[in-house]
Design a binder for this molecule. Structure first.
Ligand code: PEP
Ligand code: MN
Length: 348
């Protein structure tokens, strides 16, 4: 942190500022120019967050130099984090192989879930997504099957061997959801739900943390820091589009977030082109862009009959469209130095 003083600040005022900083155990280094002085702060500058520096006489501005997130920061990690999902032999998010996560927006029943899982697995998806607890904008919209949805996910996991990603919305449900799923999704609307972040931080199940609708990259990384600081090291970040003035897509896919996150953090980064696009035909190009930009994988919504879907049908890929996506992404994966998961036969 650097503190810049106003022109005309007296030596006594400068000393008072330095004393307040020093009282927190932080060293200061003074450099006096012709009109302004610059006070460099050295040490555990995180403690300065609660010091109202701008309210002190003589302070013109402050300039953070370090990062407010420590555990999430690339500077603090020896190597990129690889998140292993579903136990030994399970998929790894953040390795050479792209993570391909696919499935319906919501678990609607056993038949559609099984059919979708079989299909996406046959075309190379290694993780199954499906919401049981749905964060719907309207309280009158389908809210998910809840516990019944969790049971169905666990059953299809047992049948297919695919680890399951599902959302948890309530801190009280974390243990229960973790009993049925392999990755706990924190949805965009809950990215700054701090009690929930703390609770999944206590769990020993990997977390898929989606970027909030209007969250900056710094806020996303600080949300990850909440989880990491509670002892859960397995956080996967997800760019899913942000809210802007543009209306042609549901959200604006911030593809720039991918390389920025990759240079800021050791955590794996995936993209969700489905919620960014909002329309099925834009999903594949956005997935390609995300992979080309360096993402570690993608999560997409697939439905046997999008026109009948109970949530997010407009953006759901048909089985054929998912096949086209997997065919098309191969070139982008290899250009990005990644491999794709091998397709497996439809039934194990
Ligand atoms: C979802 O994955 O279905 C979902 C609700 O996503 P988001 O939180 O990104 O809107
Ligand atoms: Mn959805």
């Amino acid at each position: 942190m650097i503190i810049v003083t106003r022109p005309g600040t007296t030596p006594e005022q400068i000393q008072r500022i330095r004393d307040r900083v020093a009282a927190l155990g932080i060293q200061t280094n003074l450099s006096v120019g012709t009109t302004r002085a610059v006070i460099g702060c050295i040490g555990d500058v995180g403690k300065l967050a609660d010091l109202p520096l701008l309210a002190m006489a003589g302070v013109e501005s402050t300039l953070p130099v370090g990062r407010p997130y420590k555990l999430a920061s690339l500077a603090f990690a020896a190597k990129a984090t690889e998140v292993s999902v579903g136990g030994p032999g399970g998929p790894v998010v953040g390795g050479a192989e792209l993570a391909v996560i696919a499935g319906p927006c919501s678990v609607e029943g056993p038949d559609m879930l099984r059919r979708t899982a079989d299909h996406v697995r046959g075309r190379g998806a290694r993780l199954l997504r499906g919401g049981a607890f749905k964060p719907r904008t309207s309280p009158y919209a389908f809210q998910g099957l809840g516990d019944e949805g969790l049971e169905l996910l666990a059953a299809v996991r047992a049948e297919t061997g695919m680890p399951v990603v599902t959302e948890v919305m309530d801190p009280r449900d974390v243990g229960h959801v973790a009993d049925h799923a392999d990755v706990l999704q924190i949805g965009a609307r809950n990215m700054q739900n701090y009690p929930l972040l703390r609770e999944v931080g206590e769990a020993r199940t990997p977390v898929l943390l989606k970027r909030g609708l209007s969250a900056t990259i710094k806020e996303l990384l600080l949300a990850a820091e909440y989880v990491l600081s509670r002892g859960n090291p397995d956080v996967i970040l997800c760019e899913r589009g942000i809210r802007t003035f543009a209306t042609a897509t549901r959200n604006t896919f911030d593809v720039g977030a991918v390389p920025v996150l990759k240079s800021e953090t050791h955590l794996p980064v995936i993209v969700d082109p489905s919620h960014a696009a909002g329309v099925a035909r834009y999903v594949a190009p956005l997935a390609f862009a995300g992979i080309a930009a360096g993402a570690d994988g993608f999560i997409v919504e697939v439905h046997p009959e999008p026109a009948e879907a109970l949530s997010d049908g407009n953006q759901a890929l048909t089985f054929d469209a998912f096949e086209d996506l997997m065919d098309g992404v191969a070139a982008f994966a290899s250009a990005a130095g990644r491999t794709l998961p091998p397709a497996v036969s439809a039934k194990a």
